[in-house]
Design a binder for this molecule. Structure first.
Ligand SMILES: Cc1cc2nc3c(=O)[nH]c(=O)nc-3n(C[C@H](O)[C@H](O)[C@H](O)COP(=O)(O)OP(=O)(O)OC[C@H]3O[C@@H](n4cnc5c(N)ncnc54)[C@H](O)[C@@H]3O)c2cc1C
Length: 155
């Protein structure tokens, strides 16, 4: 049996935890932290208010209020870098708005998540001590909370 313990566990990957995961990833890349982390999302990808995702609907916040720029303007997980990598930077600059579409921002969230280890994990929750015990859907991996309140993966 192989057991993995993490310093930090993020339950759910919405914009808040995705921002934390992105900032932690770049902090690790820059040698600023050795903190280990895992972020567990019950959905197969990030669905950001999908039921209200009408075509052409714009964000209420400017593009620079993305997952990382307010904290770290040089971060590679910025919305502008997403646009550049997707070949849509010129199109956005010519759109005469600083408000991205909500569809585009959800795609940006998933672009970030796919580059983060465990960011696209697919998990369900079940009641248990310490808020939750998580079990992988395929049944091959089981996550739980150990007696020191750390998440452990049993494989
Ligand atoms: C219609 C609408 C428009 C908005 N527009 C804007 C905007 O333009 N700009 C802006 O800045 N904000 C906007 N907001 C606010 C913003 O969307 C929310 O503040 C933001 O989604 C909150 O992020 P979060 O990560 O805290 O939570 P959520 O977005 O709710 O994400 C939580 C995630 O955790 C997962 N999850 C929850 N529990 C578990 C569990 N036990 N196990 C595994 N996974 C779990 C969920 O599946 C979900 O993916 C808008 C909100 C709404 C409703």
């Amino acid at each position: 049996m192989h057991i993995v313990a993490f310093d930090l566990i993020g339950i759910g990957v919405g914009p808040a935890n995705l921002s934390l995961a992105a900032l932690l990833t770049t902090a690790r890349e820059r040698g600023l932290t050795t903190l280990s982390s895992i972020f567990l999302e019950r959905n197969p990808e990030i669905f950001w208010h999908t039921e209200q995702m009408f075509p052409g609907t714009l964000m209420q916040t400017e593009f620079y209020r993305d997952l990382v720029t307010p904290v770290d303007p040089t971060n590679r997980f910025s919305f502008l870098n997403y646009l550049r990598r997707s070949g849509r930077l010129d199109q956005f600059f010519c759109s005469s708005t600083i408000y991205p579409t909500r569809v585009e921002f959800q795609a940006y969230f998933n672009w970030v998540a796919k580059q983060i280890p465990d960011g696209d994990a697919n998990f369900v929750t079940a009641p248990g001590r310490n808020a939750c015990i998580l079990n992988a859907i395929d049944g091959k991996e089981v996550y739980g909370i150990d007696d020191q309140d750390r998440l452990v993966a049993l494989r």
